[in-house]
Design a protein. Sequence first.
Length: 625
Amino acid sequence: MDTIDVLIIIFYIVLTLGVGIWVSKRASKGLTSYFLGGKTIKWYYLGLSNGSGMFDVSGTAWMVGVLFLYGAKSFMFMWLWPVWNQIFIMIFLAAWIRRSNIMTGSEWILTRFGDGKAGRASHLIVAIFAIVAAIGWIAYFFEGVGKFMTIILPWDMSIIFNESILLTSDQSYALLIIFLTTIYTIKGGMFSVVATEVLQYGIMVIAGVLVAIYAFVTVTDVEISNVISAEWASIFFRSELEGSWTGKYEAFNNLIDTQGYKMFGALIGMSLFKGFFASIAGPTPGFDMQRILSTRTVKEAAYMSGFTNLILFIPRYLLIGGIVVLGLVFLAPEMALSGQLCLGDLEIILPKIINFHIPVGIKGLLLAGLLAAFMSTFSAFVNSAPAYIVNDIYKKYFKPKALDKHYIKVSHIASFSVVTLGVIMGFFADSINSLTLWITSALYGGYVAANFLKWIWWRFNGWGYFWGMTSGLIIATLQFLLDQNKANFDIDTNLYFLAQIPAIYVFPVIFTVSLLGSFLGTLLTPATNMNTLKEFYFNIRPWGFWSPVYKALKIENNTITKNTDFVGDMLNCVIGIIWQSSMILLPIYFMIRDYPKTLITLFVFLITSIILKFTWLDKVKKYKD
């Protein structure tokens, strides 16, 4: 590390802490102010904050690895999350969620199922899910930032006592960065999070553009074409991945065989199946939903979600594409020679390139940008999870009447508790990949069925929601425990066989069990009170199977109209997914100098943008708040 780079990083950390603490004074007015910024923050700031929160280090390191190994078609790996749930939110869900006018995702559930026993059971299970998911994400960040910092920074931060390692260097680095981020997040709530994330987004964009320029100038077209093949640059695929590597790079094809993604057709089919239901289910109760609820109006909630898509992918993939191009030319030959490749080799491509192939100055800015990526995502989760602990559990069930200062102090304690539990979980995680698959495929699998049904079926009630979520989470937890202990099972046993199944392929099992729990819980218990359903439907106005509720409302209010936008919304979602995919592929093709595909992708982006202007944006402008 050159002195200039160290000074840039120190300046960035001091600036971020200063901005976060300076803005924090505005967070002391109450829980709405602390967790939602008083619903006064402008939509474009929230959009920048939301995009910044999705630009994390662990995810970036993982995306660098899969783009390096699988080529352009790796953009479909993003569907594991599924990344295009942001499109569904933009097209119709943001408006539905914001119309509820509440503070958290679990509080929103009470508007759907009422405040009786069934409603409270469903309300509680969502709060628990939000907390568990946040802890899982913090563990994911802990794992990623530690590995990243250890390879980048020259100092050994290991803590040894009596010749035993208490903390490894990567754990110490992770704890230090997490501590610094937690300070301003807890101090300032949503105001500090948004202010610092807007600053961090700017730094990340500058870093991404500089790396892209450097890679473009340093690496020639011939050097790139000597490493990648036409298959690497293609987005088309067959049922099985054969691998696009030839000659001295054959070892990378062997690595593909060990990743669990070789049956690529089945993987994409499963991702589409899961992605559709997960996307209609809506955002999980985390920072994304919190940004929607923080907007000033319904119209601005839709604007904010669309803006998040627009500003996130191109700068992020300029950075990823630049790193991958440098990795293909400078690291691929040396990695292929080693022969025995493993997942860890892919996860350290990002820090290795930064360490050895990025010049002084740009390295400092890039490190500051990646630190910003980590800190912004981490702070978003640290701010969102305590809202469920304080507002939905502590305030509702333990101390419903207290001063705002008391609740904010409890929020501080809750934040520290969530961070501590996440860090403890991070100590026991195998890798970024294992946490990614658990969160995206297993844990969220337990969320999908019940949250899909809550929008579209009037008869679905609080007990159905509770048992649907609970059964899904139980199966998801069992899958995680099997995966973490697969090395301890005897070969040829049933447990060993079950532990080897990739998490994405367990999703149908989790979904089916959760769906069964949802139906049984609903049909064996009374329907939700009709007055609650009428109020919900009148405010939110979703499409789906709501005829009895609509007819009851029609008798009282003859002017009410039914939502018939399902077909239009789904067509917009398809166009939106193509639009989003073009923003991922555009910088990739540009960075590998495939100019014909770059122009085609740019054309697709422009055409889909124009279509969405008429089919979505013009419609949003007519929303009444």
